[in-house]
Every structure is written in C-alpha cells, then in structure tokens.
Design a protein around this ligand. Sequence first.
Ligand code: SAM
Length: 230
Amino acid sequence: MTNDERQELNNGVAQLGLQARAEQLDSLLRFLDLLEETNRSFNLTRIPRADFVKLHLLDSLAALAALPSDSGLSIIDIGTGAGFPGVPLAALRPDTRMTLLDSTGKKVRFAAEAAASCGLANVSGLHARAEKIAHDPQHRERYDVVTSRAVAPYPALIEWMLPLVKPGGVAIALKGSGYEQEMEGSEGLLRALGGGEPRVLAVRIPGSEIDRHIISIPKVARTERKLPRA
Ligand code: SAM
C-alpha cells in the first residue's frame, strides 16, 4: 500500500458520503497487497494495481448506499471472485455476517483467507454454485441481502440471487451502463422469483468517469419452488 492509495481511498470514501475508521481502510489496503501478490501466480483480477482502489474498493463501496442500515444482516456475495464487492462491504459494515460465494474454489479460498488475515472477522467463504445452493434449505431464502458484481446478465442473475433472499430482504446487483436493455422482458420471471419493483441508483465512481448502477430488488413474496432452473 502507498500513501497515494491511502489518500485516494480516504477521498473517495468521503466523496461517496461514507464514514470509515482508519483501521478499516488499512485492512482494505492490506487486502489489495495480498491480491496483487497472489495475482502474480494465480489469475484473480485483470485490473491493474493502479486502478485497484477505484475499481475494486470504491466501486464495491458504492453499494453501501443500497444496504439496509439494520445491524446483524446476513449477506451472501455471489460470484465474489477475489472478494468484490463482499470484502469492502464487510470491512465497512463489521456488524454484518458476510458469506463470499464462488464456483471457483481457489478464488473463494483466497478471498476468505486474505480477509481473515486482514482482521475481518465477519467474513467466511463458500465454494459452490449459486443455482445449486438456492435449492438447499440451509441457504434458500436465508439471507437478508444478496449482492453481486459482474457475474451474469440480469435475467440469470435475478434467478440466482432472489431465491437466496428472505422475504423482506433485498438483492443488490452492481451493473454497468447496459443494464436497461438487460432488464427488458424479465418482469414475469421477476414476479415468479418473488421480486418487487427494482430501484436503480446511479453513482459516479470517485476519480473516474464511470457510472455504476446499483439495482436493488426487494423480495416481496416467496420464490416459486421450481426456480432457479438448473
Ligand atoms: N464479483 C467479482 C468482481 O466483480 O470482481 C468477480 C467477477 S468475475 C467476472 C465472475 C465470478 O463469478 C467468477 O469468479 C466466477 O467463478 C463466478 N461465478 C460464475 N458463475 C457462478 C455461479 N453460478 N455460482 C457462483 N459463482 C459463479
């Protein structure tokens, strides 16, 4: 970690209107060091180190705007890869219990072990496919919040996310600019999944020209048993 990165993170967090303690930000910067080191031997990210703060940390933290403020939330981040957005969210919301889920074992092991070694005690890893655990009673409709970034097109994504959300909870997907087209024609599927009216919040990633769209879908009814499809 460099002083420049610390400054960039401090400024970005302030621009996003967030509060963070110095040790929370230090944990995240240590996490980036581990990511860079491990990325030399195992491909975890294609984003260059110079953009880690902006495109991994600040982009993930933008989702905090959509996270309910209740304490003790159980959250699962599906297709977490190297731990985004799950690890930054867990760092700034230590009151939550964060499960990092990925279908690639090496990625989820890295993310969970690196988070633990950065002092984040509220993070655990799960190596599985989202559509599989969605039929497991231990996971189906068990989470207050399900998050995801860059995992699948919208229709597949809602089919993987919403079955994991408790009625009364919320699915939060981070999407780029093509999201409107992706959402077209999925109203019937959304209803069958128990999803309510999606709300979209556009947030400019500090220090960039990139607009992140945070799509929040409330879970208003139980998901039909046949969903998700295999
Ligand atoms: N969310 C991370 C990020 O934004 O940096 C990683 C994004 S990466 C492009 C997509 C990840 O989703 C991969 O790590 C992949 O293994 C995982 N993935 C794809 N399909 C999945 C599924 N059905 N269940 C769980 N993970 C899945």
